[in-house]
Write a protein that binds this ligand. Structure first.
Ligand SMILES: C=CC1=C(C)c2cc3[nH]c(cc4nc(cc5[nH]c(cc1n2)c(C)c5CCC(=O)O)C(CCC(=O)O)=C4C)c(C)c3C=C
Ligand SMILES: [Fe+2]
Ligand SMILES: [Fe+2]
Length: 344
């Protein structure tokens, strides 16, 4: 319809409106495994005040003087061992994109809903996707930080970045953030199914399952971060859903970084001790990771397995993350459909 027929001024800007955006956001990923890409990624990540809370005066000399000179090479090699060579990208990127595409297909009957994905660090950035969604006519955006358990270092920094994008917009969309879903029944069920299916595929039975969550410094927990409690809640509900005794499932925390004390018990130390104590067969699952990534594929499936075997363990297996499996998608879609209520 022309502007004149609408009694609008002839120079009225063309605007798109009436859409609802859903933006899935995971942690991030380097563009490549080379030194420069790794350094760029780690610099952005480790400059985030939500991740490293130390005073910048203390941290930046360490970050720029030591960490960004030594870590890119070391971590680049680790990434190389788990790189998705077919697509020349990390699996975290592959899975996150697949999740967005599958979710978009599940909303095919709602043409007003646009589903997209972004990364907190690296590309595609949250800012670029928020701008795209707004330009595509999204007056409302549901922001989904892909972390079942809330931590300031993960969930809050995604939210911060999205609200920073709004700062620069004249016509701001309404922004809704997805809360933690550590006790969501569909999520617990999907984890339990994945364990049962994985165990059924083995010709041996694990004596013990470690549910290994990414750690945070203990000081963040003492300052009020609810992450620890939500990890334990997920693990308890999972154990109850499986109908297991307390001695069959144990919570541990992995991926320590820096000299501070982190949440305990540590995954690597626990695996070592179990093997030394004579436990022969274990499994590890990473319920806090929506998608497999460096921390699950290299650190757990790879390194933790080596530690176990090296110290006398015999059988070790890693239960994959839910990724873009049918059960994994059911979880993400259940959360999104609930959080979209009143908007669609
Ligand atoms: C799932 C929850 C996560 C929490 C909580 C978390 C806290 C946290 N992480 C670091 C430091 C690093 N994490 C790194 C990788 C990484 N972390 C998560 C998730 C959580 N982190 C994921 C999914 C990944 C993998 C990303 C990928 O590209 O595959 C890294 C980079 C690797 C390395 O250099 O070792 C660092 C560093 C801190 C300090 C922290 C809490 C304060
Ligand atoms: Fe991390
Ligand atoms: Fe707690």
């Amino acid at each position: 319809m022309s502007a004149q027929m609408n009694h609008l001024p002839a120079d009225h800007p063309v605007v798109k409106f009436g859409k609802v955006g859903v933006l899935l956001v995971n942690l991030g990923t380097p563009d490549g495994t080379d030194y420069k890409s790794m350094r760029r990624y780690l610099r952005e990540f480790l400059s985030d005040k939500r991740v490293i809370e130390w005073s910048r005066l203390f941290w930046y000399p360490i970050l720029y003087g030591i960490v960004l000179n030594t870590r890119p090479g070391k971590v680049g090699k680790a990434y190389e061992s788990i790189w998705n060579k077919d697509l020349d990208e990390s699996y975290l990127r592959t899975y996150t994109r697949n999740q967005a595409e599958k979710m978009a297909a599940s909303f095919a009957d709602m043409p007003n809903v646009i589903v997209d994905w972004a990364m907190r660090y690296g590309q595609p950035s949250i800012q670029s996707k928020m701008n795209e969604l707004q330009k595509a006519g999204c007056e409302k955006i549901l922001l989904f930080p892909l972390y079942p358990q809330y931590a300031a270092a993960t969930t809050a920094t995604v939210n911060d970045e999205a609200f920073r994008a709004l700062l620069k917009m004249r016509w701001q969309p309404a922004l809704r953030t997805v809360p933690q879903y550590s006790d969501n029944a569909v999520y617990i069920d999907a984890l339990a199914n994945s364990i049962e299916a994985h165990y059924a595929s083995l010709d041996w039975e694990p004596e013990l399952l470690l549910t290994s969550f990414h750690g945070i410094p203990k000081s963040y927990f003492m300052a009020g971060d609810p992450y620890h409690c939500q990890c334990y809640k997920t693990a308890r509900l999972l154990r109850e859903r499986l109908g297991w005794n307390k001695d069959k499932l144990m919570v541990t925390f992995q991926s320590r970084f820096g000299p501070e004390e982190w949440l305990q018990p540590y995954t690597d130390k626990t695996v070592e001790k179990l093997a030394k104590d004579g436990v022969k067969r274990i499994a590890i699952i990473n319920p806090g990771f929506v998608s497999d990534c460096l921390e699950t594929l290299e650190e757990i499936a790879g390194e933790a397995g080596e530690i176990f075997h090296h110290n006398g363990g015999e059988k070790f297996t890693h239960v994959p993350c839910l990724n873009d499996s049918a059960d994994g998608m059911r979880v993400l879609e259940d959360v999104v459909r609930r959080e979209l209520m009143g908007w669609v």
